[in-house]
Design a protein around this ligand. Sequence first.
Ligand SMILES: Nc1nc2c(c(=O)[nH]1)N[C@H]1C(S)=C(S)[C@@H](COP(=O)(O)O)O[C@H]1N2
Ligand SMILES: [Mo]
Length: 198
Amino acid sequence: MESKKLPPGQHEIGAIPRWNIDHLGIIPENPKFDPEKWTLTVNGEVEKPVELTWRDFLKLPSVESISNFHCVEGWSVRDCRWYGVKFSTLVKIVVPSKDAKYVLFRCSDGYTTPLDLKDLLKDNILLAYKLNGQFLEEPLGGPVRLVVPDKYAYKSAMWIERITFTNRKKPGYWEERGYSDTADVWKNDRVARKKDSL
Ligand SMILES: Nc1nc2c(c(=O)[nH]1)N[C@H]1C(S)=C(S)[C@@H](COP(=O)(O)O)O[C@H]1N2
Ligand SMILES: [Mo]
């Protein structure tokens, strides 16, 4: 169960805003999900790259994890009941090589965001496909989005299409535009500092 305390500078709102109503996205409409055509590619510095269909993905062991969700603009939503595949489960399947230090998420709207592999192994980090008992609709990042509760939500990539393990970090969409790469909500890491080596 997630703690009730919110990180510095955050205020509570009732529910995660639906993208097409509350956000200015890269593209004007949500990518459409076709379960027959959808695939998730996991590649790069791994011993066993995979390309999963929607049916394959649903067969992976899944768990529930309740966490608070924090956008860098200041809103937070408490106790989101996510359901999906722990990122650490995927790591066991693809077996990263010893050079793999980073993971780049690419999404079907063209969005990208990098994370350090070591920061993705906690039990509350999911490739989520349900929220509060419902399959994730497109305006909430469906069919599959990342959930990284202790980082600002620009690290919680929606509409994931490709996950690439790498030995060098590339900045993503918001990191290129001056946002923090560490994005730690408890340290108030909103803006990139010089020491961030991107
Ligand atoms: N693919 C993709 N993922 C994304 C974004 C985006 O523009 N594209 N925006 C991020 C930001 S800034 C936030 S606050 C959350 C918003 O999630 P929501 O649409 O479910 O509210 O998605 C994150 N993931
Ligand atoms: Mo955000």
